[in-house]
Ligand binder design. Structure first.
Ligand code: NAI
Length: 214
């Protein structure tokens, strides 16, 4: 049976992947866990522990082969495959996501953009045509859709999630500020930019208070 990897470890994997990608661009072929630790500002033992979850990848006295490790982490994260995404809600956020080309470099291909506003019909964002939501059923039947991104008003998100799940979509990238209840075979990743901003504001205020104390 496959070993269950903790969510905390999984959460750190994209960061490893990014750093290793940068090392490859810099022409670095191998790196010790100590060097990686200095770059990433995490302890070397944390790095070893994290990577041991997946079988290690390192060699005593050699360190890590950067390209190999990058590829292996990519496989763990499913980045060796393409994922087709549709975005539902083609407003500010939906269009910003559609405009971001780098998702494609990671294998996330935006194949459809949907909205309810007829004024948007057939407008293209980076070559991706905005379709009306009525076309959703047919589109999902005719295309392989792996992920649906919800960038529509909160009040519409639950209903839309149910609709795409009924059509066979198993992953939801949810930007609407609502907790979705989904069946066990469906995965949801919530993104709340304001949460990270609140964490930033907490740290900022804490720092200010500490300065006053000094
Ligand atoms: P927006 O108003 O620019 O865009 C929303 C779009 O959804 C509009 O084009 C509208 O016509 C469309 N829409 C409305 N009902 C729909 C339906 N039933 N089906 C398909 N499309 C429909 O709003 P914005 O700024 O793009 O925000 C979109 C959503 O994302 C909001 O729920 C907002 O709260 C959320 N948001 C979340 C963030 C996060 O970090 N999670 C950050 C920014 C926005």
């Amino acid at each position: 049976m496959e070993k269950e990897i903790s969510q905390a470890v999984i959460k750190r994997m994209p960061r490893y992947y990014r750093y290793l990608g940068e090392l490859i661009s810099d022409g670095v072929e191998r790196i010790s866990s100590n060097e990686l630790s200095i770059r990433m500002k995490v302890t070397a033992s944390q790095i070893r522990q994290d990577l041991n979850n997946f079988g290690g990848f390192g060699q005593q006295g050699y360190g890590y082969n950067v390209k190999f490790l990058h590829e292996e982490i990519g496989k763990i994260l499913g980045l060796d495959k393409q994922h087709h995404i549709i975005i539902i809600g083609a407003g500010n956020l939906g269009q910003a996501l559609a405009n971001y080309v780098k998702f494609e470099e990671r294998g996330f291909i935006i194949i459809g953009l949907f909205d309810i506003n007829p004024a948007m019909k057939d407008i293209a964002v980076r070559g991706i045509q905005i379709r009306m939501v009525e076309e959703l059923e047919r589109f999902i039947k005719e295309h392989d859709v792996d992920i649906a991104a919800l960038t529509l008003p909160k009040a519409k998100a639950t209903e839309m999630a149910e609709r795409v799940i009924d059509l066979g979509v198993h992953a939801i990238w949810n930007f609407a500020h609502v907790d979705l209840e989904v069946p066990d075979n469906v995965v949801v990743q919530n993104v709340h930019l304001s949460d990270s901003l609140m964490q930033l504001s907490y740290t900022l205020e804490k720092q200010k208070k500490e300065k006053v104390k000094k």
